[in-house]
Ligand binder design. Structure first.
Ligand code: PA5
Length: 446
């Protein structure tokens, strides 16, 4: 297994018997997911993506990535939510959070259109100066305001810089048929890639949404898909005893029933920080509805032990931790004995820094568990493409099963849609006049 679940730090809050009692519910959730009888069943395309992706499109995607690598020093990825988090997480986790700062053969990658900050956009445009640029604009709906506004500015920028050639440098990832972006791409002749109809934004990292930026960064996407395919076959088993993904979903659901309404996803590897943001969107949008759901949050240790550690251990007892334990770091540091022992740290010497990081993790788990904070551990051997693909699939499936255990549709996002509609209305988008009047009168009454 590329992800191992360790359950021994549950602080006595959940017993093995109680977990086993969830078998029937988990079996039912498994059936809903695999037989398509649950809510949102039309969005289960991600389940088979690692083995049933469009081969012709995938070959074209690799060619486009290679063209971008040869013809651009900067790739701007425009997208928000599920249309950028997975790609950014992959680049930072598999390459480095310092990816853009390293000397390399592949382009720098900047993620834009994920806020409405003019300063951010201007600064990124400034970074393009004197360097060849390509754009990947990603939006499943093709209408989301943040990426649409950024693309309008960047399209103008590209046309001013490259004239006719701009169209060759713009790649769109969007719906197969509908949306403003698809119509524009067809009109302008941009190369397009498809977000399949049956894959929602936050489950789309293994589609061209994530795969094109990953391939541009030099990530081996074949290996990512192989890892995910391995997870798909290993996590198919409906038995709660044998499926760690289902056990994880069941235990977090039991903890929620015990009043632990916040899950804190913890890692001791800073490169995991964007992975945690991807997890937050995945679980937050999938579970948080109808007045229910675990609140997904994250922390990077040991950094945040010096800011949040106190609260986590002894504050309001609302949370449990899920620790992502990566056994082998990509690099290590050997700490030698120093003759003068000027800093009194010789007790740490003759071992790797990673061993000290592990001790920090073990000590923290014990301290937090003693404080009544249950800990689950998801163990991963190392940071590589297969483990990334496996972890993504593991979390997506755990999330879908968690949604069904809670009794919600894990594939819709009515709250996000409402905010999008309100924004369209308040900004005066044609067709939204009635909603605009209603919202303005609400605002006036407040
Ligand atoms: O998961 C989701 O569906 C959302 O978070 C979307 O990813 C996000 O709102 C961006 O939407 P779009 O890709 O349509 O621009």
């Amino acid at each position: 297994m590329a992800v191992k679940l360790i359950e021994k730090y549950l602080a006595g809050l959940v017993s093995p018997d109680e977990i086993q009692k969830m078998a029937g519910e988990v079996q039912a959730a498994h059936q809903m997911l695999h037989e398509g009888t649950g809510a949102g069943s039309e969005f289960r395309g991600w389940l088979d993506l690692p083995v049933s992706y469009d081969r012709e499109e995938y070959t074209r995607l690799k060619k486009a990535a290679s063209w971008i690598r040869q013809n651009a020093q900067v790739l701007l990825v425009i997208g928000i939510g599920g249309s950028y988090l997975g790609a950014r997480a992959a680049v930072e986790f598999l390459k480095s959070p310092f990816y853009n700062n390293f000397k390399k053969e592949t382009p720098d990658i900047y993620f834009v259109g994920n806020s409405l900050s003019p300063t951010y956009l201007r600064e990124v445009i400034g970074l393009c100066s004197g360097r060849e640029v390509a754009i990947n604009v990603v939006s499943k709906s093709g209408t989301t305001t943040e990426p649409a506004v950024a693309f309008r500015q960047l399209k103008e920028y590209m046309e001013a810089r490259y004239g006719q050639e701009a169209a060759k440098r713009i790649f769109c990832t969007t719906d197969r048929k509908k949306g403003a972006l698809k119509s524009l791409a067809d009109k302008m002749g941009y190369e397009t890639f498809v977000v399949p109809d049956d894959v929602g934004g936050r489950y789309s990292v293994l589609t061209p949404v994530g795969l094109l930026p990953m391939a541009v960064a030099g990530i081996d996407t074949d290996r990512v898909l192989e890892g995910a395919a391995q997870a798909r076959s290993q996590l198919m088993n409906s038995s709660l005893e044998e499926n760690p993904c289902y056990r994880y979903a069941a235990i977090r659901n039991l903890l929620y029933r015990r009043g632990k309404a916040i899950e804190l996803l913890v890692s001791y590897e800073p490169a995991f920080a964007m992975m945690a943001q991807w997890y937050i969107q995945l679980f937050g949008e999938s579970e948080g509805k109808e007045g229910k759901g675990l609140y997904p949050s994250c922390a990077s240790f040991s950094t945040d032990l010096h800011s949040m550690g106190q609260f986590i251990q002894q504050g309001t007892p609302l949370l449990f931790e899920t620790v992502v334990d990566i056994l082998e770091p990509k690099m290590d540091f050997f700490i030698r004995t120093n003759d003068s022992n000027f800093d009194g740290l010789n007790f740490l010497a003759e071992q790797n820094l990673s061993a000290i990081n592990r001790k920090a993790m073990e000590g923290t788990i014990l301290a937090h568990t003693a404080g009544g904070v249950p800990n689950l551990v998801l163990q991963m051997q190392k940071i590589d493409e297969e483990n990334f693909g496996y972890f993504v699939y593991f979390m997506e499936k755990a999330c879908a099963i968690s949604g069904y255990l809670l009794g919600v549709n894990p594939f819709d996002q009515p709250g996000v849609e409402q905010y999008k509609q309100n924004m369209f209305a308040l900004l005066g988008k044609p067709g939204y006049e009635a909603l605009r009047d209603q919202l303005e009168s609400q605002l006036n009454k407040l």
